[in-house]
Write a protein that binds this ligand. Sequence first.
Ligand SMILES: Cc1cc2nc3c(=O)[nH]c(=O)nc-3n(C[C@H](O)[C@H](O)[C@H](O)COP(=O)(O)O)c2cc1C
Length: 198
Amino acid sequence: MNETLRILGIPGSLRRASYNLGLLRAAQDVAPPGSTIEIYEDLAQIPLYNADVEAQGDPAPVQDLKQHIRASAALLIATPEYNYGVPGVLKNAIDWASRPPIGSVLNHKPIAIMGASPGSFGTARSQLSLRQSLLFTKSYVLIEPEVLVFRAAERFDANSNLHDQATRTLIRQLIEGLIHWTRELQAAGEAPRAVAAA
Ligand SMILES: Cc1cc2nc3c(=O)[nH]c(=O)nc-3n(C[C@H](O)[C@H](O)[C@H](O)COP(=O)(O)O)c2cc1C
């Protein structure tokens, strides 16, 4: 019997009523048995990346982020799109987590991406930009299904809970794909297994 697969959900928005945080709550609802999704809600604590600060040792919030990533078999990132790109808070967190480049907690980590936007393109451009950054980290970013939630206002309620059934089904398919791929990569020795906190 497979052990429970721990997935860390990372929202790229600090907004209380974030659609992207809502996507991750929906992911928790629809995750198949045998998997758990924890949402990382402390991105606001992470300082701006500064190599001088890093040289003194990772600040506590960065250590916490890295530990959460290490303790998870896979990541599920829900990103907004800001000016056709990845929001600064998310990119900053990835920059910290990507250090050091050799031996980073992101190396060979299976990752799935999704995103919601009120506009018509559903974060297509920021997702591509995120994929580009995650090339350098040598992460294994799932190719499909693409989850591009456009015209988000029509799919979420006033509390940013996702009520659109088709989108919930698509998220379930994304998680199933991520789980399948993570298990395959782990079996092949290509992806790190989750390391529990000390
Ligand atoms: C600085 C800024 C830039 C934005 N740029 C884009 C954009 O390029 N494309 C887009 O679809 N929406 C853009 N938006 C709108 C966001 O998609 C919208 O604020 C969305 O709700 C943010 O995600 P959240 O609900 O998870 O916080 C932008 C919003 C801000 C604040």
